[in-house]
Design a protein around this ligand. Structure first.
Ligand code: CP
Length: 316
């Protein structure tokens, strides 16, 4: 059985962009497109999830993902519950699956899960009843599929023709679930050149097997790019010794206006946030005319509305 699709090929759980057919990705992006201007409406509500209960379970911290999932579920008229993990019985040693079973007993319909352990949302998806859906909001280094999809929505907005794009993903790729989700989506959607740019310690060589061009030279990586996707240095996931220092990383790989000039003049600059200003990206670039970092956040609401409405309507 497919871990994410039901027997009709419809999205039942969203756990990863890896393995999702192109038509499923396109359906999410097309549905999201219909929600993009929703925030400009006077009444920001539709009844697509009326009567459904969405539980946000964030075992790791979040600003953007958690808040935009909550906004998305509320705009779809769901009842939304944010479990306060610090004050929950997880601190008394209750297991993840016992917590889930208890929330299912409270009539949960959808779980949105962020967890430090790669695979935690898969485990939950294997143990919930067939009418319950799971959305991965970021698991360890593994996947962050709604970030990957909001990145695709952002790129599609500014650069609609994927078949001619060069996308450079720069920085701490080895620890990045964002990079992994974006790479799977970009390759499935037919982007001909995806580059992974960074030092040898932070760029896994096995990306070449996925058709990704690995560049350890930042100038080579940025030259002629249509999209520059910067990544945060994930110090909390580094065991140590992978980098001399943040300032040396900035010297070697930080996105400065001079380096950005190597990309195409109309290139867009993306970053999933949170930003380490002056480390992977200069403030003049992050806040500059080519930056689409804040539009990414706004597209995140539309994408999460799309995902929640699609899975809620999928059968078992
Ligand atoms: N991009 C992202 O996942 O941000 P948060 O950690 O704030 O959710």
């Amino acid at each position: 059985m497919h871990p994410q699709l039901n027997s009709h090929g419809e999205l039942r759980h969203l756990l990863s962009t890896e393995g999702l057919p192109r038509e499923v990705l396109l359906r999410i992006l097309d549905t999201a497109q219909g929600f993009v201007s929703f925030g400009d409406r006077e009444v920001k509500k539709v009844p697509l999830l009326r009567g459904k209960s969405v539980f946000n379970l964030f075992f790791e911290n979040s600003t953007r993902t958690r808040t935009t999932f909550e906004i998305a579920a509320q705009r779809l008229s769901a009842d939304v519950f944010n479990l306060d993990i610090q004050r929950s019985s997880t601190s008394k040693g209750e297991s993840l699956l016992d917590t889930i079973a208890n929330l299912v007993a409270m009539d949960a319909d959808i779980f949105v899960v962020r967890h430090a352990q790669s695979g935690a949302p898969y485990l939950i998806a294997q143990h919930v009843p067939t009418h319950v859906h799971v959305v991965n909001a970021g698991d360890g280094r593994h996947a962050h599929p709604t970030q990957g999809l909001l990145d695709m929505t952002t790129i599609r907005h500014y650069k609609p023709d994927f078949s001619s794009l060069t996308v450079a993903i720069v920085g701490d790729i080895v620890h990045s679930r964002v990079a992994r989700s974006a790479i799977h989506a970009l390759t499935t959607l037919g982007v001909p050149e995806v580059r992974a740019v960074g030092p040898k310690t932070l760029v896994p060589g096995d990306l070449r097997a996925m058709g990704v061009r690995v560049c350890h030279d930042i100038d080579e990586g940025l030259r002629g790019a249509d999209v520059v996707m910067m990544l945060r240095l994930q110090n909390e996931r580094m065991a140590g010794g992978l980098l001399p220092s943040a300032s040396e990383f900035h010297m070697m790989y930080g996105l400065t206006p001079e380096r950005l000039a190597l990309a195409r003049p109309d290139a867009i600059v993306m970053h999933p946030g949170p930003i380490n200003r002056g480390v992977e990206i200069d403030s003049t670039v992050a806040d500059g005319g080519q930056s689409v970092i804040l539009p990414q956040v706004r597209f995140g609401i539309a994408v999460r509305m799309a995902v929640l409405s699609i899975i809620a309507n999928a059968g078992a």
